[in-house]
Design a protein around this ligand. Structure first.
Ligand code: PMP
Length: 443
């Protein structure tokens, strides 16, 4: 079938956009590469959508999926029913998260689901603790937490919220610790202190006994790979502790190695109360999400004896056996091949090679990242740091030329985002650098 006959809407695109252009039709993937329907081989500089961490076409994962389909294609986890793969995967996750004192897993089918679960469980936690007024959420102005109504409500960037308002009441946003763009300071530690103080002030302004949780990504991904100053998260943890507020880490991008650590929170030495996981959990082979809660949260539910402690939340596809089987095989690879270390090493190399772009090309204001999460921040003017016009098409043009040079990168408004598979090698990193250089030379 030709694309012209297809009838689907592309996410986050105006329906008319595709009247003027042809899509990139990806028909096959292998390792760090994908192939389009014209036979072009492209370095997958985005790992699907931050998620194909072990690379495409891994026989171990495919075999686990096929074996699971032969054994049991589907059954549910409601009504006190279980199946071996959900048991095995939840045990694996708790084992991987021992350091964080995580105790229970609630499965779902993706990142937005995992965030929704986290927000609902946070509210219910306070109910079972006898503090039902603690219903509010605080998040960051550049944060991204998916597209369900809960996630959209705590999302920072207005573009994700505007068309769907009114959203959930009781959601408030504080300043992102973004060194490159903030009105306060150029000093990272001072910025961490200011932003943590802002959270504290907001909690006090709302009244602590009404605040359920603070939610943020350990490194903001979709917001433009914003790496916080080193003391930011420890300060945030301290503020949350001071007022009893739950700390939810949205590890949907940072989880399972992408940041160069197995979990993003570990980079900052912080133990969240709830963690949202998806993407790299199954490397995208089958959709899967998981929300993990620590002992504090699990104990509160366990102590509650009445109906209020019933978790009236759950998805038909929670713990889908095929997704769990894919995740188990995927996480085995992540651990055996030590992909967090691989992401740290290749990320450092790629970032070092891209950093000089900020001196070389007028449009590149800053190149920043951690592990294999990298953004090139595009500006009209390096001095004022005013971003390029997001509707001007410049980032798209650079990405198009990079593609003609054999590399798929992701233009997102005023940034170009890179998030290749964690199994990427130096040769592919070099290919990304050359293709982007060609893009900036010609755009
Ligand atoms: N949280 C974060 C940090 C994300 O980056 C994303 C997706 N990019 C989501 C939540 C939503 O995940 P999904 O698209 O799987 O629903």
């Amino acid at each position: 079938m030709s694309y012209d006959k297809s009838r689907f809407w592309h996410p986050m695109l105006h329906p008319n956009d595709m009247k003027q252009r042809q899509p990139i039709r990806v028909v096959r993937g292998d390792g760090c590469y994908v192939f389009d329907d014209q036979g072009h081989k492209l370095v997958d500089g985005v790992a699907g959508l931050w998620n194909v961490n072990v690379g495409h076409n891994r026989p171990e994962v495919k075999q686990a999926i096929v074996e699971q389909l032969d054994e049991l294609e589907y059954f549910q986890l409601f009504d006190g029913i279980s199946h071996p793969r959900a048991e095995e995967l939840s045990a694996t996750l708790i084992d991987m998260l021992k350091q964080e004192d995580m105790a229970r897993v609630s499965f779902s089918s993706g990142g937005s689901d995992a965030v929704e679960t986290a927000l609902k469980l946070a509210r219910q936690y306070w109910r079972v603790c006898g503090q039902p007024d603690r219903t509010k959420f605080i998040s960051l102005k550049q944060g991204y937490h998916g597209v369900h109504f809960g996630g959209a409500s705590v999302n920072g960037n207005t573009v994700f919220r505007r068309s769907y308002e009114p959203l959930l009441p009781g959601c408030f946003h504080v300043e992102t610790p973004w060194l490159y763009r903030n009105p306060f300071t150029e000093d990272p530690e001072e910025l961490a202190q200011i932003c943590a103080q802002m959270l504290e002030r907001e909690i006090l302004f709302q009244s602590p006994d009404t605040v359920a949780a603070f939610i943020a990504e350990p490194i903001q991904g979709a917001g433009g790979v914003i790496v916080p100053p080193a003391s930011y998260w420890p300060r945030i943890r301290a503020v949350c502790d001071k007022y009893g507020v739950l700390l939810i880490a949205d590890e949907i991008v940072t989880g399972f190695g992408r940041s160069g650590s197995m979990f993003g929170s570990r980079l900052w030495g912080v133990k969240p109360d709830i963690m949202c996981l998806a993407k790299g959990i199954s490397s995208g082979y089958v959709p899967l999400g998981a929300t993990v809660v620590n002992q504090r949260v699990a104990d509160a539910f366990a102590k509650n004896q009445d109906f209020g402690g019933v978790i009236m939340h759950g998805y038909t596809y929670a713990g889908h056996p095929v997704a769990c089987a894919a995740a188990i095989a995927n996480l085995k690879i992540v651990r055996e091949e030590n992909l967090p270390a691989q992401a740290a090493a290749q990320g450092e190399y790629l970032l070092a090679r891209l950093k000089p772009f900020a001196d070389k090309y007028a449009a590149v204001g800053e190149v920043r990242g951690k592990g294999l999460m990298i953004a090139l921040d595009l500006v009209q003017d390096k001095h004022s740091r005013e971003p390029i016009d997001p509707m001007g098409g410049y980032a798209n043009k650079v990405a198009e030329i990079a593609r003609e040079n054999g590399v798929l990168v992701r233009p997102v408004g005023t940034k170009i985002i890179l998030s290749p598979p964690l199994v990427i090698g130096q040769a592919e990193c070099d290919a990304i650098v050359s293709a982007l250089a060609a893009g900036f030379e010609a755009a």
